[in-house]
Design a protein around this ligand. Structure first.
Ligand code: URP
Ligand code: ZN
Ligand code: ZN
Ligand code: ZN
Length: 478
């Protein structure tokens, strides 16, 4: 087994920072040492197989992105990143674990959906991966299978109050699933938007000839997010189920979450980079020479990016500070413009929903440190430590300490990253929703279980290195 010493850096955790050297043996961290520590009188650096110089840089636990959709079938097509391309892009960006969503639809068996996702990911990944289970058809069989997910290491399932006819569950189905969640400790994850209401508004907009991507944002009113979030919280309250609300974008939905948390309920939530940086006006409403008003299709995702005039973005940053939002995931769900987003030319309802960001989450959130929205420690907490705790992997992931997996990023605060196709882009898309973003900071070195994946702008990872993460129950519950 080979040994590595990461020397001279500032090790940052969720609770502090310290100048320290990190010693890795095989796949694990074995020691966090005072700088320049010796071993039996010898310079430690002379006794290891490899030394990585982190002087002037941050040494942080590898990123954990708890919300990705590799190859998700959606809107008559499938998300364009495979587990191979998507996990490689993740590694480039300093994310060393992802949790993707296995899919079960109406009439299908949960175990078949899960087996299918294992088949898609097994042997394909560059970084470690776990699964949540989408329950898209909560029939008696699906509900009966839920407790078995705990033994499978899939300790969370997601339901949808949106997307009628696709993944939507009604309140009775959600209530029953949440009863299982309360009994077993499985985390209930919720896409909280009132889908039936949104679909009526969308249909009426299209009938009026309002078919551009911009109207995706008009149809998906914040009230539909607030209402569904409140309803999910109340169903969680009735049942005692722990609830995790995905991709929060409306400040009013966030207020519902804050109130529930203040009341002591096990309610948790994430937001995503697009809800911190993008808006209805600038992005869904964008035009370009190439695409005209269809340019906005690049930014069609659900929940939608929201009005900057209404200051939802500021509210999300604030929620990250107050811990009413505990973490930032990407909801990585990439679609190309050509042949995929294009399906919705002339009708925004047919644009496949999703943005690709798995490569950029660490950098994008680091901008919050640069601008003073969050601390350095909070950056690590939001992008690595809490995702690991929330989804039952903490100790192995999310922290630099002896015994943890050696998933480590050396991050250069004085580096610079230009995001865009032809620059830093490794996601399998013909465009980047983040084109032109210039960010301070740079992912210099990435290790996954002791193996160097990225160093000095070169990729050294191997397909199949990433292995399945059998997760425990959430370590975040109160
Ligand atoms: O737009 C999105 N979010 N696409 C992926 C599916 C989902 O709702 O998470
Ligand atoms: Zn969703
Ligand atoms: Zn999603
Ligand atoms: Zn470098």
């Amino acid at each position: 087994m080979s040994t590595t010493l990461i020397k001279g850096g500032t090790v940052v955790s969720a609770t502090g920072r310290v100048l320290a050297d990190v010693l890795v043996d095989g796949e694990s961290i074995v020691a966090v040492l005072a700088p320049g520590s010796t071993s039996l009188g010898h310079d430690l650096a002379a006794t290891v197989d490899r030394v990585i110089d982190a002087t002037g840089k941050y040494v942080i636990p590898g990123g954990v992105d708890a919300h990705t959709h590799m190859q998700l079938p959606f809107g008559g097509t499938s998300a364009s990143d495979t587990f191979e391309t998507g996990t490689k892009a993740a590694a480039w960006g300093g994310t060393t674990s992802i949790i993707d969503f296995a899919v079960q639809r109406t009439g299908e068996k949960v175990q078949d959906g899960l087996a299918e996702w294992h088949g898609l990911a097994n042997g394909e990944c560059f970084v470690d991966y776990g699964f949540h289970q989408i329950i898209g058809g909560a029939d008696a069989d699906a509900l009966a299978y839920l407790p078995r997910l705990v033994d499978e290491g899939v300790t969370s399932f997601k339901m949808f109050m949106a997307y009628p006819g696709v993944f939507h569950s009604d309140d009775a189905q959600i209530l029953k699933a949440m009863q299982v969640s309360a009994d077993t400790g499985l985390m209930t994850m919720m896409h909280a938007e009132n889908g039936p209401v949104i679909d009526v508004i969308a249909e009426q907009l299209v009938a009026q000839g309002k078919t551009d991507p911009y109207y995706h944002g008009i149809a998906r009113v914040w009230q539909a997010e607030e209402e569904a979030t409140h309803r999910a919280i109340m169903l969680g309250n009735i049942t005692g189920a722990p609830l995790y609300v995905v991709h929060v974008s409306a400040k009013q939905a966030l207020a519902q979450i804050a109130t529930a948390r203040d009341g002591g309920q096990n309610v948790f939530a994430e937001t995503c980079p697009q809800y911190l940086y993008m808006s209805l006006e600038e992005h869904l409403g964008a035009t370009s020479e190439e695409w005209g008003a269809f340019e906005g299709a690049k930014y069609v995702c659900s929940t939608p990016v929201r009005s900057r005039e209404e200051q939802h973005q500021d509210a999300m940053w604030n929620g990250l500070r107050t811990n009413d939002l505990q973490m930032v995931s990407t909801d990585h769900c990439p679609f190309c413009m050509k042949d995929q987003k294009e399906l919705g030319l002339g009708d925004f309802r047919a644009i496949p929903n999703g943005i690709g960001s798995v490569e950029h989450r660490m950098d994008l959130l680091y901008q919050g440190v640069v601008t003073g929205e969050i601390t350095l420690e909070r950056w690590v907490e939001l992008t690595s430590t809490t995702p690991a705790r929330m989804f039952g992997m903490y100790g192995r992931k999310g922290v630099i300490q002896p015994g943890a997996d050696a998933d480590i990023v050396v991050y250069d605060p004085n580096g610079h990253t230009s995001i865009g196709v032809g620059k830093t882009h490794h996601m399998n898309m013909d465009h980047s929703a983040w084109e032109g973003f210039e960010v301070d900071g740079h992912v210099d070195v990435v290790l996954s279980r002791g193996t160097v994946l990225v160093e000095d702008g070169e990729f050294h990872g191997k397909k199949g290195h990433g292995s399945f993460l059998k997760r425990g129950l959430s370590q975040y519950l109160i």
